[in-house]
Ligand binder design. Structure first.
Ligand code: IMP
Ligand code: MG
Length: 183
């Protein structure tokens, strides 16, 4: 998608590129190689958090040279604010059983960390053999325990970003790079 991406009245406009498509590609390849090495001999189950993680999940899965399985869940924070409320509702649950599986949660972005914290607790209750997190982007001022972020793509300043799966008002998920939105 080009820089002249069509915008709509009232919806913030994607501005400066924060992470280029090339940098995304390189980093996803590195993460895939690390996961491949760390899970040698295993068949990890990637749990993608819809919708934001769909593009990252698709590229990451192809960068892992193991017989992975994929599943998805959809969560929604109550309300439509750009800030997470910490109250998370499961809109679509997983199809697969997590018992005794090596689970890797694939997230688009950790902002406050409230969503991921809730998800982790929920998924740990399903008795996986192991559970790690792979987040493409992490806002620098997140409130999560650092130990939780085993795999992460880029640490970014606390700005609202879109592209490569991330949206504002459901728009711009199809940008190939990550851009800062301008109000
Ligand atoms: P948290 O619970 O505050 O960590 O928020 C996490 C969720 O909020 C992410 O999974 C995204 O869906 C959304 N989100 C947070 N920051 C951004 C952003 O900069 N752009 C787009 N979505 C975001
Ligand atoms: Mg999300």
């Amino acid at each position: 998608m080009g820089a002249d991406h069509v915008t709509e009245p009232g919806i913030p406009v994607p501005g400066r590129v924060l992470v280029s498509a090339k940098d995304l590609e390189n980093r996803v390849a590195e993460l895939g190689a690390r996961i491949t090495a760390d899970y040698e001999g295993k068949s990890p189950l990637l749990v993608g958090v819809l919708k934001g993680a769909f593009m990252f999940m698709s590229d990451l899965a192809r960068a892992i040279d193991l017989p992975v399985e994929l599943d998805f869940m959809a969560v929604s924070s109550y309300g439509h604010s750009t800030r997470s409320s910490g109250v998370v509702r499961i809109v679509k649950d997983l199809d697969l059983d997590l018992a005794d599986r090596d689970v890797i949660v694939v997230e688009d972005i950790v902002d406050s960390g409230l969503t991921l914290n809730y998800l982790r607790e929920n998924l740990l209750g399903r008795n996986p053999a192991s559970l790690e997190v792979c987040a493409l982007l992490v806002h620098e001022d997140h409130k999560l325990d650092e130990k939780i972020l085993k795999y992460e793509g880029f640490r970014i300043p606390p700005e609202f970003v879109v592209g490569y799966g991330l949206d504002v008002a459901q728009k711009y998920r199809n940008l190939s790079d990550i851009r800062v939105v301008e109000n």
